[in-house]
Write a protein that binds this ligand. Structure first.
Ligand code: ADP
Ligand code: MG
Length: 729
């Protein structure tokens, strides 16, 4: 290893878990200490204001201005007591991160001094100067105004000296410019549709919640090494790097002992997460070296999503305290597993029913089957759209590779649930009718065990797997905002449940008994959505062929996958559920295509620079040393002996010449391809050009660089190699 690279490793500090300051008391005592939760609301608000705010939170009704002032005052009192000086509206624009603009509480007091002020107006609504957030043309310069508005269903929290207020971000003309606004609409839609269906079984249900439990995967690398890799720094992934002789072949990292420095990082992260009310529970090593996973206990979907956004920024911050950088990119290293973010999703009622869990009696099992089958129908009808919801330039490296969900959405059910559905499908509709009525218990539905344990449940190749009491959407990228997937899933299920209700009501109106009507519709659905059900190996080539025969979306080009958002079926689904309209969908797609283009564009620039400024000069320098050696060998040995002794070096000289020539040639043609693509005005066409003509050059260039890495003297190679980046000491 070059001394330069060696020094970089030395800069990392060696913190131990015992170096992390543990707060006083047990986790249950400091949990949510930085959150303005119900307990603090109760303490800092008058009983009347508290009751009204809770009502707003629970029912989603609007907050009256007068109340807002009093809530703001209480919130400020709490925050100031906690040492807070600033506040910010915290929102998720159409980038991957969150945005915030901090203002202090300070206002003139009219007597030459200042006082801390925070009015209801400032709490409820603000106008961030946000004309440079992506908006897909919705906010042209004439209407370049958007505002952020408080989401009372997600509690305010404190980070450092700042009170953060979760908000939605919308244009003055009403269109959503963020992820939260459509997510809240999707959750409202699924709530309403699911409550209506629930009432067939349990008339007292008033609200249905969507739950989300995310599992966040990530890599850690030493800060010094990270800083010496411009590609990691600028693109989040390594654009070059030969496999380390050892990477994950031995699978010795998975669930292995956590290195001390990493354990110290995790410990601090967990403490800070708990203080912010994030119920983190699980931590372990992942499959790849330096790869780890963190998961909380599941929560209501909107809150869980905010918590995921928050934890990603918390991770970035805390990693620095330990001499690490956290990599949230889906594929930081070639040849090593990438990172995803499983989204565990289910529905549950205000009365405590888990709608994706089988129960003890006929009614609860019929309800269970109803919700599972409607979910499958939604996933089937919108499988291309669901894929679009998780597609990105970075996640494209994972999808379809033999390590992650394939680029085709299908659903794994396991043998027990499959058997139940098969039984219903094959039973005679007449039996539903004749067996129902007073003796409804005898309806022809097989016994479903209360807990569906299936030994094939660990089918990791399925992108949308049923896992006993929930579905696990595994194709979500590690860097993504989960809301993108959750918007599509929840609104598609809402649409589906609404249609189901209409179909069942139609049958009831025609004189069918309720349970029989439900079973008849379910039976039809099971047949229709059969193509989405696949329990086999999702990585196999046979599946790709089979999926195409079944009519599932098999597109792999990300810019084309985004077309799914603008299909008439999708627009109808989003509009009928009130989640997004055509104009919003069109604008958001512009943003998606533009983002895709920019990502590839940056990668192409960075790789071009590195190739010409780092790799080629170093390779040429080593080549010159070899040439020098060959000449000198000929000076001291007779010609034929010198020839024999320098054969290998001459081969290397030639190999270096060939690889550097290819690199230069490919960089030139990549620059040319970029120029051509940049002249395209249409964002979709441009993204397609980047996908088809620029991206392939990245792979070509990398191939030759990785070959050179094996040839060139290790002392000379300036960039840290995989074996250095991937193994934390
Ligand atoms: P895995 O075995 O898939 O790693 P974990 O035990 O790590 O599973 O849990 C994954 C996530 O799923 C956790 O966040 C957990 O709280 C969540 N989860 C469990 N049950 C449900 C459910 N019914 N609905 C939504 N999420 C759930
Ligand atoms: Mg899981």
């Amino acid at each position: 290893m070059s001394t330069l690279r060696f020094k970089m490793v030395e800069t990392a500090f060696g913190k131990k878990p015992s170096d992390v300051k543990i707060p006083e008391g047990r986790p249950s005592e400091y949990f949510a200490m930085y959150v303005f939760n119900r307990e603090k609301m109760f303490k800092y608000l008058s009983p009347d204001v508290y009751a009204k705010l809770i009502n707003v939170i629970d029912t989603g009704s609007t907050l009256d201005r007068n109340i807002a002032d009093q809530v703001a005052a209480g919130m400020k009192r709490w925050a100031v007591e906690m040492g807070v000086t600033h506040y910010t509206h915290w929102f998720a624009p159409l980038t991957e991160g969150t945005a915030e603009k901090h203002d202090s509480f300070i206002e003139h007091d009219g007597k030459g001094g200042v006082i801390e002020e925070f009015s209801g107006k400032l709490l409820v609504q603000q106008e961030p100067d946000a004309s440079s957030f992506p908006n897909g043309g919705i906010r042209n310069t004439f209407e370049a105004r958007g505002y952020s508005a408080w989401d009372p269903s997600s509690p305010a929290f404190i980070v450092d000296d700042t009170l953060c207020i979760p908000t939605i971000f919308i244009a003055y003309t009403g269109e959503s410019l963020d992820y939260k606004a459509p997510l809240l609409k999707a959750l409202r839609a699924v709530d309403k549709a699911a409550v209506d269906v629930c009432r067939y079984f349990n008339p007292d249900v008033k609200k249905v919640f969507a739950y989300l439990g995310w599992e966040q995967e990530y890599f850690l690398v030493d800060e010094g090494l990270y800083a010496a890799r411009p590609d990691l720094l600028l693109t989040g992934r390594t654009l070059m790097g030969h496999d380390s002789a050892k990477n994950q072949q031995l699978e010795d990292h998975y669930f292995g002992a956590i290195p001390t420095r990493v354990a110290a990082f995790m410990k601090e992260l967990e403490i800070e997460a708990l203080k912010l009310g994030i119920p983190v529970k699980t931590r372990h090593n992942e499959v790849a070296p330096n790869q780890f996973e963190l998961a909380p206990v599941y929560e209501e979907c909107n809150l869980a999503n905010d918590h995921n956004m928050l934890i990603m920024s918390l991770m970035r911050k805390i990693a620095r305290n330990h001499g690490f950088r956290v990599l949230l990119h889906e594929k930081p290293f070639k040849g090593v597993n990438g990172s995803g973010k499983h989204n565990n999703w289910s529905l549950g009622t205000d009365t405590g029913l888990a709608l994706m869990s089988p129960g003890k009696d006929f009614t609860s099992n019929l309800r269970f089957v109803t919700f599972v089958v409607n979910t499958l129908m939604a996933v089937y009808r919108h499988n291309g759209l669901l894929k679009a919801s998780i597609a990105s330039a970075s996640n494209a490296h994972r999808l379809g590779a033999n390590e992650a969900p394939p680029a085709i959405i299908s659903s794994f059910l396991g043998s027990q649930l499959s058997a139940v559905l098969k039984h219903i499908k094959e039973s005679e509709p007449e039996s539903f009718q004749s067996l129902s009525g007073k003796t409804g218990m005898k309806l022809d539905i097989p016994q479903i065990p209360e807990i569906l344990v299936d030994n094939t449940d660990r089918n990791r190749t399925s992108p949308f797997a049923f896992t006993g009491n929930r579905f696990e959407f595994r194709a979500v990228g590690s860097e993504a905002n989960c809301a993108s997937a959750m918007i599509v899933l929840n609104s598609a299920v809402a649409e589906q449940l609404t249609e189901f209700k209409a179909a069942v009501d139609g049958r009831i109106a025609n004189g069918e008994e309720k349970d029989a009507a439900i079973l008849s519709v379910i039976r039809e659905y099971i047949k229709i959505c059969e193509p989405i059900h696949f329990d086999g190996n999702g990585y196999s080539d046979e599946w790709k062929e089979e999926a195409a025969r079944r009519g599932l979306d098999c597109e792999t080009s990300v810019p084309l996958i985004y077309d799914n958002y603008l299909k008439e079926d999708s627009i109808r689904m989003f509009e009928s559920t009130g989640v997004m309209n055509r104009k919003e969908l069109e604008a958001r797609n512009e943003v998606k295509w533009e983002t895709y283009t920019k990502k590839i564009q940056i990668e192409a620039r960075v790789l071009g620079d590195l190739a010409l400024n780092h790799i080629v000069p170093v390779a040429t320098k080593y080549q010159s040393a070899l040439i020098d050696n060959v000449y000198k060998m000929h000076e001291i040995f007779p010609a034929d002996k010198a020839d024999r002794l320098t054969v290998r070096n001459v081969e290397l000289i030639e190999a270096i010449a060939t690889h550097t020539a290819f690199i230069k040639g490919h960089v030139d043609s990549m620059v040319e391809a970029r120029k051509v693509a940049n002249r395209i005005a249409d964002e979709r066409e441009k993204a397609i050009a980047y996908h088809d003509t620029v991206y392939p050059a990245l792979e070509e260039i990398r191939y030759h660089i990785d070959k050179l890495e094996l040839i060139v003297d290790d002392q000379m190679w300036t960039l840290p190699k995989y074996r250095e980046l991937l193994f934390i000491r």
